[in-house]
Design a protein around this ligand. Structure first.
Ligand SMILES: CC(C)(COP(=O)(O)OP(=O)(O)OC[C@H]1O[C@@H](n2cnc3c(N)ncnc32)[C@H](O)[C@@H]1OP(=O)(O)O)[C@@H](O)C(=O)NCCC(=O)NCCSC(=O)C[C@H](O)C(=O)O
Ligand SMILES: [Mg+2]
Length: 349
């Protein structure tokens, strides 16, 4: 455990001072693309204009013989593109892979001034973040960067989940954590074969009504990810960093994707990954509060005055605690309205 007074000291001579706070920037979707795929690469400038975060993926889903091409492709795109307000992230290869050292060295040296966040897969404990923290400080110092690159961990191993609180608190670079349901399922030896979402076999059944155990018993599918998302949200918010849902692999099932994203939004996540262009608008819709919710939040905050006491609105009691929820909603709406003129108008802000 680092001395708390040293927490905000650079970890290498000449490295930028670590950020004392993680600024909230609209982060409704982290759009993944493969920088070794020429078709996807060509779409990046257009897609970047529509998303909050665009991420050049170097890890899983990039073929082994394309790892170097993906890294080089990302350097070329980053150098050639003005991303405006959109954040540029990358996901590097796992820390035990043969590619990751070159991923860090090349990306920080060549495009470190444009990279906002590096996503690190398969993080198992604080020691993984400490390693990345020191390495990044050394590379930032060498590259002469004047602001630190932040780090985002993927929660996708059983050990990572067991250590999620210490991962969230491991470094001032920690920007957030995403759930990686596919690797996590494999690591936990869950008997599923999907990338996120539910499973029809994971259910509860109402009690039998008579002798026949098969008649009249309704089943309800349960959420495989509830425990992990809730734990991740608590670990992140307790450390002032941002929680995200990860991928939904059934690209065609836009309905279940929306449900999965909304569950995460309601539980406290700020965004999710989009793997295909069709998922961008789903994330945008789900992770932006509805105009009705914003209007209600405004009414409550106005009626509550200094935020203390209790009032009745439409037959419901509102007090300090519901007022605080409404302020969370309004803060998010305000941040999104600053980025999106359409939402500004819809929210009347
Ligand atoms: C899933 C895909 C392989 C599907 O690609 P494709 O078969 O090409 O789909 P379409 O024909 O419907 O595509 C239509 C056009 O759109 C382009 N496209 C597709 N996806 C993207 C994208 N992500 N960004 C930009 N452009 C995209 C296609 O090229 C088509 O173009 P055109 O022919 O000119 O019309 C593919 O979507 C894909 O590879 N997506 C990314 C997958 C990925 O990143 N996976 C890794 C993240 S999930 C993960 O790692 C698991 C996690 O870690 C965990 O453990 O849970
Ligand atoms: Mg994974």
């Amino acid at each position: 455990m680092r001395n708390p007074r040293a927490f905000l000291r650079p970890l290498a001579v000449g490295a930028p001072t670590p950020a004392a706070e993680i600024p909230f920037r609209p982060s409704r979707m982290i759009h993944f693309f493969d920088p070794s795929n020429e078709k996807m690469k060509a779409k990046v400038p257009d897609i970047a204009a529509k998303v909050d975060i665009i991420l050049g993926n170097l890890e899983d889903a990039v073929k082994t013989d394309k790892k170097e091409a993906a890294r080089q492709g990302l350097v070329e795109i980053a150098q050639a593109t003005d991303f405006g307000q959109t954040q540029l992230w990358t996901r590097v290869n796992s820390l035990d892979s043969p590619w990751v050292l070159d991923d860090f060295i090349t990306l920080v040296t060549e495009i470190g001034h444009k990279l906002d966040v590096i996503m690190v897969p398969k993080v198992e404990g604080a020691e993984d973040i400490h390693y990345v923290d020191r390495l990044l400080a050394q590379l930032e110092a060498r590259a002469g960067l004047d602001r630190p690159i932040l780090v985002h961990a993927i929660l996708e191993t059983a050990a990572g989940v067991a250590n999620v609180e210490e991962i969230a608190a491991a470094s001032p670079r920690m920007q957030g954590i995403s759930l990686g349901p596919a690797d996590l399922a494999a690591s936990r030896r869950m008997k599923t074969t999907r990338v996120g979402g539910g499973h029809p076999g994971y259910l509860v059944r109402t009690d039998p009504v008579g002798e026949d155990l098969t008649e009249g018993r309704t089943t309800y599918q349960q959420d495989l990810w509830h425990y992990t998302i809730a734990r991740m949200v608590d670990a992140c918010t307790a450390n002032d960093i941002l929680p995200f849902y990860g991928p939904f692999g059934d690209i065609k099932d836009v309905v279940a994707c929306e449900d999965q994203f909304r569950n995460a939004f309601l539980l406290g996540c700020v965004g999710a990954w989009s793997l295909h262009p069709v998922q961008i608008d789903i994330a945008k819709r789900v992770f932006s509060p509805t105009p009705e919710d914003v209007a209600h939040a405004k009414r409550v905050v106005e009626a509550m005055g200094d935020g203390s006491g209790a009032v009745m609105i439409d037959g419901k009691m509102e007090d300090d605690a519901s007022c605080k929820q409404c302020l969370v909603m309004l803060d998010l709406a305000q941040a999104l309205a600053e980025r999106d003129p359409e939402l500004k108008e819809l929210y009347d802000l």
